[in-house]
Design a protein. Structure first.
Length: 327
């Protein structure tokens, strides 16, 4: 079966899941899969972004861990890496079978995770250890441990050239700017209140950081190492993600049940989109046309048409979805 046949047929069941995933790994298209970590269910829901339906849940029976947080799929979509905060692990799964391949100890209370632009490294934010742990995707081994200056880093995000990283430090109310060429934090900047999600603009040293207790985002110039602006959004801003072209930043407002779209040219909110309860972490397709939002208290994912700025579909998933990843 060739690639075009797979796309036109859209296999109805996952009896041929290994073949399907192998075909996906051979090319990068807009019709990718989205991976959702369900915190309380201990599972990963896999969404086909062409049909916006859940096509598989891993594992089929039981749990990956007691407290699932971030999920990161590798670029081949053959391996899925899942943060289990209760076990202090990054768990490697075989995507076709759902079998656990390895449990990688990363430190106490890991939460967020992100894939480097090269696809070779996963950064895991380890809150109670105050560390960012770098894991090599190919070997599934820890290669570096970076100590943060701030406390309880929840999100750690690579910039587009992978030379820099920023962490949102919940308990100290600041961000770390990390130089990945030396694996050291070089600056710690106070922010407006309870920083969480971090969105770097592509090919720029500018980041938008959600401020939960301040109900908005700080805009940070990482090159100048200073906060340059605050933009109000809505109650309990939690997640942040930039569109691939950098023209829009989306912010999830956990208390308001909405997504704010910020025009980065004018730095104004240009749309507010109602979603489910407690929207949290998000992913966007490579063409920028669809935004996937994990609604923690609604046990669902909202799909936003970013052209019309409306919800096009709501997809039931597992209990307390933490976030979405599109590799």
């Amino acid at each position: 079966m060739n690639r075009s046949q797979l796309q036109s047929g859209r296999i109805a069941t996952w009896g041929l899941s290994a073949l399907c995933l192998a075909a996906l790994g051979s090319a990068r298209t807009a019709a990718a899969y989205a991976y959702v970590g369900n915190q309380l269910s201990g599972t990963v829901s896999i969404i086909d972004t062409a049909t916006d339906t859940v096509v598989r849940t891993l594992p089929a029976h039981g749990k990956i861990g007691a407290k699932i947080q971030a999920v990161v799929a590798d670029r081949s979509e053959r391996h899925i890496f899942v943060v289990d905060a209760a076990g202090n692990d990054l768990v490697e799964l075989d995507a076709a079978s759902g079998r656990v391949l390895k449990r990688i100890k990363v430190g106490k209370a890991p939460e967020g995770a992100s894939l480097s632009p090269s696809g070779k490294t996963i950064a895991v934010c380890v809150e109670e250890s105050n560390q960012v742990v770098l894991v090599d995707v190919a070997s599934a081994r820890v290669t570096h441990v970076i100590h943060t200056l701030g406390k309880n880093p929840e999100h750690c995000e690579f910039n587009s050239d992978a030379h820099w990283m920023m962490t949102g430090n919940e308990n100290s109310g600041d961000v770390d700017i990390i130089d990945l060429r030396t694996d050291r934090s070089v600056a710690r900047l106070p922010t407006a209140g309870h920083p969480r999600g971090v969105a770097w603009l592509p090919h720029r040293m500018i980041a938008y950081v959600a401020q939960e207790s301040a109900n908005g985002v700080n805009v940070i110039d990482a090159a100048k190492r200073r906060v340059i602006r605050f933009i109000p959004t809505a109650l309990r801003a939690a997640g942040a993600i930039a569109a691939p072209d950098g023209k829009t930043v989306f912010v999830s407002n956990g208390g308001a049940g909405s997504i704010s779209a910020i025009d980065t040219a004018t730095e104004r909110v240009i749309a507010t989109i109602p979603v489910g309860k407690r929207p949290w972490n998000m992913a966007i397709t490579h063409d920028g046309r669809k935004l996937y939002v994990a609604n923690g208290r609604s046990n669902s994912v909202s799909v936003i048409d970013t052209t019309r700025m409306v919800v096009s579909k709501t997809i039931p998933v597992g209990k307390l979805p933490w976030g979405v990843d599109i590799p």
